[in-house]
Design a protein. Structure first.
Length: 467
């Protein structure tokens, strides 16, 4: 590229190219490239550091200790609460409850005697006050400002000196003197960079709400996630009440933790034991089977339901809700080939209870047993969980986190667990009288789960080569 040549930059993701194109080469957006002048390269002079480097053994970690927000499930995801000087980015679908969650977190933070500033750039102050009345998020130490100018926001920070700043949302705040429209790549990058600088300088925690694209990723340049310390996603079906906060990046704690919440009329409530939300009460009905999924580090008991009916179509339907469609199709093929369950002339509908999701391989066996139970119109053994990946050869393969899954099943009173062979079940010692049975093939699992008279387990046939 010539020294003074212009470049073309994508307004959606920041991708740069020396030649104009109708479509971005990174995000595939049409008509998003515009011509900009390249930034001049400046020489950086050597300067004397303000503080000398110290041995790592002399550096204290006290400044990185988190302060609890008062919301246990949020603290669980953050690690140990909010760390002073940290910047947290929260993304999620519109209407999922991001503003409600952070408003309640700001009120809990203020209730601890710490000054808090909530800046809304999308709503008026009166609208936020109405939501605060509904969720009981009122406190004298919680200050509210309806501003969209970054300079004014920083002025409020200098005046109030809060320990927590909430920005709702970063795509609607503008930085004066910076090119681009609000929400554009340049604007979002400059606003976030300024907030990070002031957070580190003042030791102030910052919570930022970010919009998401139609693919579910946080809108704006990818550098936005690199600038902040923690990236959280707030997931959930807007038609349901269950919500999950997941950490995809965390410099102060685990990046695979999950917090569970329930949306209610008076705000968002914590769900410390969410397994009961994904299972139905009462006796086991035909077409149902329970498994234990792992959401991050968290085991959740989830019930899979199946309905199998004769099909009048040349290509029978395969419809799933909460179950991965690809894994369902493979499981049905294996079930017909190795389980002798005829499905080629039947429609199959698979779903989960309560809006749960079964998208990891450990739910394959439960899905297969639920479908077989529906075809035979026979209930599975009472108080049963099935854990295992079903291979294309009809074998049951090991799954990660088996010990945690079995511990959760035992805690909830499960009596029988079907697990893959050689998966370390002998080393797992869950309490509560849980019986662990290893099944090598799908046929063995069907014989063990679909026992006659709704109770006794048929002894498993010895595997070939076993003594």
């Amino acid at each position: 590229m010539a020294k003074n040549a212009t470049i073309h930059r994508c307004s959606e993701c920041g991708w740069e190219t020396p030649r104009w194109a109708g479509r971005c080469g990174r995000c595939q957006a049409w008509g998003s490239l515009s011509e900009v002048a390249p930034a001049a390269t400046a020489r950086v002079a050597t300067s004397r550091p303000a503080t000398s480097a110290r041995p790592i053994t002399e550096v204290t970690a006290q400044e990185a200790r988190g302060i609890p927000t008062g919301i246990g499930e949020l603290d669980r995801v953050l690690g140990a609460g909010l760390t002073p000087g940290s910047v947290v980015l929260l993304g999620g679908e519109p209407g999922v409850g991001k503003s409600t969650l952070l408003l309640e977190a700001a009120a809990r933070w203020a209730a601890g005697g710490r000054r808090t500033l909530y800046v809304t750039a999308e709503e008026s102050a009166a609208q936020v006050r109405l939501r605060a009345d509904r969720t009981d998020a009122l406190h004298p130490e919680l200050y509210l400002a309806a501003e969209s100018d970054l300079g004014v926001v920083l002025g409020h920070v200098e005046e109030l000196a809060p320990t927590l700043l909430v920005i709702d949302s970063v795509q609607t705040v503008t930085a004066p003197g910076t090119e681009g429209v609000p929400g554009g790549v340049t604007q979002v990058r400059e606003v976030t960079s300024a907030l990070v600088r002031v957070a580190k300088r003042r030791g102030m925690a910052v919570l930022i709400i970010g919009h998401v694209t139609k693919e579910g990723s946080i809108a704006g340049p990818r550098t936005l996630e690199h600038l902040v310390d923690v990236v959280l996603s707030f997931d959930g079906d807007t038609h349901g009440t269950f919500r999950m906060v997941r950490a995809t990046k965390n410099r102060y704690g685990p990046a695979d933790e999950v917090g569970c919440f329930e949306m209610a009329a008076d705000g968002i409530r914590e769900v410390s034991d969410p397994s009961g939300l994904f299972t139905s009460d009462g006796a086991v009905a035909p077409g149902t089977c329970t498994t234990v999924t792992l959401q991050g580090r968290r085991p959740l008991l989830t019930e899979v339901q199946a309905l199998v009916v004769p099909s009048h179509l040349q290509s029978p339907r395969r419809i799933s809700t909460g179950v991965d469609p690809g894994r369902l199709a493979m499981t049905l093929a294996v079930l017909q080939r190795h389980g002798q369950v005829k499905l080629h002339t039947r429609d199959v509908y698979a779903s989960t209870v309560g809006g749960g999701r079964v998208d990891d391989p450990a739910g394959d066996l439960a899905t297969a047993l639920a479908v077989a139970s529906a075809v035979r119109n026979e209930s599975t053994v009472q108080r049963l969980v099935a854990l295992g990946e079903v291979s294309l050869a009809g074998e049951i393969r090991p799954v990660p986190g088996l010990a945690r899954r079995l511990d959760e099943a035992a805690r909830l009173g499960i009596g029988l667990a079907l697990v893959p062979p050689g998966a370390g079940a002998a080393r797992v010692q869950p309490g509560g009288g849980l019986r662990v049975v290893e099944v090598a093939t799908l046929a063995d699992a069907l014989r063990a789960a679909l026992a006659p008279e709704g109770g006794a387990v048929i002894p498993l046939r010895p595997r070939r080569g076993a003594r």
